[in-house]
Design a protein. Sequence first.
Length: 396
Amino acid sequence: MKIAQNREFGDIRQNRLEAWRILGGGILGMMVAMGIGRFAYTPILPLMERDLGLSHAETGSLASFNYVGYLLGAILCSLFPRLLKSVPVNVGALAGSIATTLFMGAFASPLWWGLLRFTAGVASAVLFVVIAVEVTEALAKRGETGIGGALYGGIGLGIALSGLMVPRLDNWGGWQGCWLGMGVIALALAVAGLLLAGKKNAAPPLGNIQGAAAKKSSDIGRLAAAYTCEGFGYIISATFIAAMVGRTPGLEQYASLSWVAVGLAAAPSTILWQLTARKIGVKRAALLAYTIQAAGILLSIQARTPFMAALAAVSFGGTFLGIVTLVMSEGNRRAGSDGRRVAALLTACFSAGQVVGPTLAGLVADRGGFAIPLILAALSVTLGGIIIATDRRFGQ
């Protein structure tokens, strides 16, 4: 009897250890795919404007190329979910994310930049969906679903890392050195993530997981609409926050630090918002996150001191990944056995909202500053919150 109990305890401990290793590998993967492959552009953007004389419209268009690629990648994943199980596709997406970061520093051509940012978008969308689904499924099989929210914190860690490293890489090699350096860092993180996650051995599925998988997918129309609004609203701040701070008199030296603040606030936010959801409910937590983010975006318009800039950065960084976590978890709850397709569909809707935001914001900012684009962003996030408020199925 005692031997059987010890063996059972050993199996539980082994499952838990494997779960943490898989989660750690997933976090490093999110740092590569999203924190660097997608968002390193934000702290490097002001340097490209400084060294190359690029306008806000030009840098915003480059960002939109990335988001068009992200949208295409998400659509492909939703139409062909079997792609997510293809090793060549997954390895190619990882290699593509790293290579496109490196090569951004090897060219000085808008055409090549656009192609590279587009390709990076496709790669990051595939990696995001693959990592999100595989890690979630692996944790569920091991009965460790409670730690899943930490996965998206990898995006925040990648953002903070890029914000810390870009000024140092800038001193070494300007904007080109920043891209090359971040590419090398992404490669190192990818290797570490693969080694840490290792081979994911199968774990016996638990009864409650089997029951959840047997459910049919529920309608996600309102959820997708709210997520689309968030995509449009948050991406304007995500793309231009460092540039906005850098162009504010007296705050020039805080441009990269504002991005670090975003990342540091984002990293633990996924866990904090999950804890908040347990206390006040998923729907109320989502509404609170949307409200704080909209208020923070409006605050950034009037940010003229380091404290106000930091508060705006933290309110943004502390909510956007929380919203991602809550919405993706809600989508997974409604999806039942169709988790891969629903995750891809939600990611596609999120990215659809992001395609228009940077280009529109850049064009308007070149003519009259960022106030109007930021107001539009705040209104879009507010609309997303209203849609969630009227969605009776949210959290039910």
